[in-house]
Write a protein that binds this ligand. Structure first.
Ligand code: HEC
Ligand code: HEC
Length: 288
């Protein structure tokens, strides 16, 4: 009886040890599994779908956190049409000399990218680890407003300066603020026949782009995407940072031209190469 019990428990112990070993082996397998095998099994089980350039970049590179190398970024800066139709970045930003390179911005070396614009006001365009704080993100993704305004339209008109001064003075619901709203309602005030409120008339999209309401100061202060962001548990995107026009999307959108200049505003703002550039920044913007 006792012997039999011992035998049975020995078998059980042996079996559970084997089972344990198998489990560890399985975990090790998972850890050591090649990138391809893990993607393939997720694909086969229907967990992911890979259709089109965007999905390939998102699913296969960004989600798997594959290191984006500077070598690739260097190519992007040299390639025409890298982020949508237009000349290569380095044609216009090829050295730190403001006489031959716009804003003295040298996008032809990693050091130049990290240094940013050297002409006054000198400023960095990349914050390593923080794509959302990096100016280059805005310059590649954000269309200047009003949508379709010419690249050559001046950035220091009395109307644009009025917006800047009002924000810097605190962005209050005062006489200056009411003047701004009147400008947003006026066709032609910022260089196109359309008024801002033709496209930003309420905080719902559709019809209002980015759920941005420029018909009142209260609406403006609500920020962009209040409904869409709330669904994700996030606050609306502020467009006015009182006292700080330079950091306020409302002012940035009036003075910053999307790169390369003249790019069609309809070009994909989330181009796969834009995603890869931003991922490189997120991974620390390493130069080697
Ligand atoms: C045809 C010339 C041209 C091309 C091509 C070009 N840029 Fe520019 N870029 C300019 C000009 C002009 C300015 C300054 C005026 C402005 O900001 O609109 C500028 C400004 C910038 C700035 C702002 C720097 C600052 O501090 O003011 C960034 C960032 C930038 N470009 C990035 C790029 C990137 C990235 C590319 C490639 C996708 C690119 N540019 C392609 C002409 C060009
Ligand atoms: C023809 C339609 C149209 C007009 C006119 C227009 N916008 Fe826009 N606006 C858009 C679209 C589309 C976007 C979405 C992003 C993009 O294209 O860059 C946008 C985005 C914005 C944003 C960014 C909101 C965010 O999510 O941070 C601001 C700020 C803005 N517009 C301000 C203005 C101002 C100020 C004017 C007038 C000078 C104006 N817009 C005129 C279509 C328009």
């Amino acid at each position: 009886m006792f012997t039999r019990f011992r035998t049975a428990s020995a078998i059980l112990l042996g079996a559970s040890m084997l089972f344990g070993l198998a489990q560890t082996a399985k975990a090790d397998d998972k850890k050591n599994e090649s990138l391809f095998k893990s993607v393939y099994s997720e694909y086969k089980s229907g967990k992911i779908t890979i259709e089109g350039d965007h999905a390939a970049v998102t699913e296969l590179i960004i989600k798997r956190d594959i290191p984006v190398t500077y070598e690739y970024i260097a190519q992007l800066m040299r390639a025409p049409n890298a982020f949508g139709a237009g000349p290569a970045c380095i044609v216009c930003h090829g050295s730190t000399d403001p006489k031959t390179s716009y804003r003295g911005l040298n996008l032809s070396t990693c050091e130049g990218i990290m240094t940013g614009a050297t002409e006054e006001p000198a400023r960095r365009i990349v914050v390593a680890g923080a794509p959302n704080k990096s100016m280059i993100r805005r310059m590649i993704r954000n269309n200047r407003m009003p949508l379709g305004v010419s690249f050559a339209y001046p950035t220091d008109t009395p109307e644009i300066n009025a917006v800047k001064d009002w924000i810097n003075a605190g962005g209050k619901d005062d006489a200056a603020g009411k003047k701004i709203i009147a400008l947003f309602k006026k066709p032609g005030a910022f260089g196109t026949e359309q008024a801002c409120v033709d496209c930003h008339m309420s905080n719902e999209e559709p019809p209002s782009f980015h759920e941005l309401d420029l018909t009142s100061i209260k609406g403006m202060m609500k920020g962009a995407d209040s409904i869409a962001n709330a669904k994700l548990g996030k606050p609306a995107t502020p467009v006015v940072i009182p006292g700080n026009a330079a950091d306020s999307p409302l002012y940035q959108r009036l003075v910053e031209n999307r790169m390369p200049p003249g790019i069609d505003p309809g070009e994909d703002r989330d181009h796969p190469n834009t995603q890869l550039l931003l991922h490189w920044i997120k991974q620390g913007a390493k130069c080697n």
